[in-house]
Design a protein. Structure first.
Length: 625
């Protein structure tokens, strides 16, 4: 046990937030922040001070006064050793404020846009997520090319949030349709801890409107869920429209374009592909009918540099040939570079809405989520010793006998689910990342379009599942604090289509399959997460390796590299293919599934990457060694 006091550690928290500590000290401070509520609250206060004076647009001519100010602070600290860290931070903030009021912004506190990094902004968003209590905003949406007869749709909407789970989304369609037969895309979604409700237009393909709306039939469907589980993924209102926590979970694909102004407020403009920005776009697509977007479309996102709220975002049609072929196949008349969707916040406040605004009366199609709350939270045997600073929120059981514990602060949450051990491991876990924990083994999956980050521990008598929007590192630390010893997935997973499927370690997967080649190139952030080796009755062997990013893979797949031998002809398929050269070999590319296939001296090779384009597939394919 370290003899350091909280006061000792707080001296280093500012440097920790700036990434200026040595790696060992960074790990120590991070570990303490995660376990000490008082220091975590201190960090949040410091972040609020910093967010009000840091990362603001500044002109190039502003002088760098960081060194003289910090020298002054250090000299004051030398003369007055009795200063508390809070007072020291307050002095720094006061000095910065004086300079701001005097017309000067500190580099490192108020930086030029080119200095800000995506990781800085992502870290600030994560900090803001823990302190957000309430939010209310109004917005407008303009959507292009939803239907050939309706070139532009327009909406007005509002969103309310009260931590940790009360949320309401209301969208009103103000489009001028050709005739009154067109149903308006009015949607209302309300969510509380125990209930969830949605009122939306009847399901009807956009291309078939307005013909498919039966004459005289109700144009709206109302559904209600009661006895809802905490943070139930099937009945939740994504909060990235409030704070883009999932969208900015990974900074690999995020580019900071620079400083800008929206609603008269200082913002940072970010650019990222739709495959990464899906959570924020889909936040308002909870019901009704909306147009589709391609993974290679571009999303421009403007975040307020003080509150980190998303003030505006737009989806712009991608320019790659693959993207254009997708548009043609799906009947969209999109032009490369054209703005397809424009979301703009018109007002926002951090005032809590009264409880009656979230009231839900069961109506329409009513079903039960099967959850019953109780008061046996931290006393449970599965309560983690470490919760990343999140306090207990709810606890209970499900009709299926699962034990559920939930922890939350702001929009950040953690759920722990325990159930009796299953007789066999689920096949889905075969693609999860196997990792060594403090007590045995765990299986981790990044966030996808349908589920949050999760980590499963399969004990001899119990199965524990962790779900959260915390980072992957935090989720692993929480798993390490559980009093559960996890077993390994069975070496042999069973038979699939007549083949014996075996899970192998990614570290020696290619050694186990000498016919397979290892890629020397992968897009930034992608790493091998799982490998499966199968043996077919005829002697054919197939190695499949999955590559994913650790935080999120919103297409649910990532990149899949498959190699099999002996194979002499490409398998038949009903997909439309384009012939391409893979080195000196002729292969085929499917725009529909994003799969590049070719035969290389009797070995079938395939790179499947549904969220990328042909050029990326060829980079991977030609890097195989």
């Amino acid at each position: 046990m370290s003899r350091e006091t909280c006061a000792d550690r707080r001296v280093d928290i500012s440097a920790f937030l700036d990434g200026e500590l040595p790696s060992d000290r960074t790990a120590s401070i991070a570990e303490h922040l995660a376990s000490c509520d008082e220091c975590a609250a201190y960090q949040a206060r410091l972040e609020r001070i910093r967010s009000s004076i840091r990362l603001q647009p500044a002109d190039d001519h502003i002088p760098d006064l960081t060194a003289p100010i910090m020298q002054r602070v250090r000299s004051m600290g030398t003369r007055r050793p009795w200063w508390k860290p809070d007072l020291r931070v307050a002095a720094i903030a006061a000095a910065a404020t004086i300079l701001v009021l005097g017309g000067v912004l500190l580099p490192g506190i108020g930086r030029h846009a080119s200095v800000a990094s995506a990781s800085d902004i992502a870290q600030s968003v994560r900090a803001a997520a823990r302190s957000l209590d309430a939010y209310h905003a109004t917005f407008t949406i303009a959507e292009r090319d939803w239907n050939p007869r309706v070139p532009m749709r327009r909406f007005r909407g509002a969103v309310w949030f009260r931590a940790p789970e009360d949320a309401k989304l209301r969208i009103r369609d103000v489009t001028e349709y050709p005739t009154s037969a067109w149903p308006r895309n009015n949607v209302t979604v309300v969510q509380t801890a125990n209930r969830w409700s949605i009122d939306q237009p009847s399901s009807c393909p956009a291309a078939a409107l307005p013909r498919c709306v039966a004459q005289g039939a109700s144009q709206h469907q109302l559904q209600t869920v009661v006895h809802r589980q905490p943070f139930d993924g099937a009945t939740t209102l994504p909060t990235d429209i409030v704070l883009p926590l999932q969208t900015l979970a990974s900074s690999f694909d995020v580019h900071v374009d620079g400083a800008d102004v929206q609603m008269g407020r200082s913002t940072w403009k970010l650019t990222l592909p739709y495959r990464q920005a899906a959570p924020i776009v889909e936040s308002f697509e909870q019901g009704g009918s909306w147009r589709a977007f391609h993974p290679l479309d571009v999303v421009n996102l403007w975040v307020d540099s003080r509150s980190w709220f998303p003030l505006r975002f737009e989806v712009v049609a991608g320019t790659s040939p693959d993207r254009q072929a997708w548009a043609d196949a799906n009947g969209y008349a999109d032009r490369p570079g054209e703005t397809l969707l424009d979301y703009r916040t018109t007002t926002f406040t951090q005032t809590a809405a009264p409880g009656r605004d979230f009231a839900i009366e069961p109506a329409g199609l009513v079903r039960s989520g099967g959850f019953r709350s109780d008061a046996h939270g931290t006393s449970s045997a599965i309560a983690p010793a470490y919760t990343a600073g999140l306090p207990e929120y709810r606890a209970g059981t499900t009709d299926e006998g699962q034990r559920v514990l939930a922890y939350a602060r702001g929009t950040t949450w953690l759920k722990v689910v325990e159930e009796p051990a299953r007789p066999s491991f689920p096949f889905y876990a075969s693609t999860a990342s196997q990792m060594k924990l403090q007590h045995g083994w765990g299986y981790y999956e990044p966030a996808t379009d349908v589920s949050p980050r999760r980590l499963d521990i399969y004990g001899s008598a119990t199965h524990v599942e962790l779900e959260s929007n915390l980072t992957s590192d935090s989720l692993i630390d929480i798993a390490n604090s559980l009093d559960v010893t996890g077993g390994k997935l069975a070496h042999r997973l069973g038979r699939k289509s007549g083949s014996v499927v075996t899970r192998v370690a990614t570290s020696n997967a290619f050694e186990r399959a000498p016919f397979a080649r290892q890629p020397a190139y992968m897009p930034p952030g992608y790493q091998a997460s799982a490998a499966l080796l199968s043996h077919a009755p005829g002697g054919q062997r197939t190695l499949t390796v999955y590559y994913r990013r650790p935080e999120s893979e919103f297409d649910g797949v990532g990149i899949r590299l498959t190699q099999a031998a002996p194979v002499h002809t490409l398998p038949s398929s009903s997909e439309a293919f384009v012939g391409v050269d893979v080195g000196s070999t002729r292969g085929r590319w499917s725009v529909e599934s994003g799969d590049l296939e070719w035969i290389d001296h009797g070995v079938y090779r395939s790179v499947a990457l549904p969220s990328f384009d042909l050029s990326t597939a060829l980079q991977i394919a030609t890097s195989l060694r």
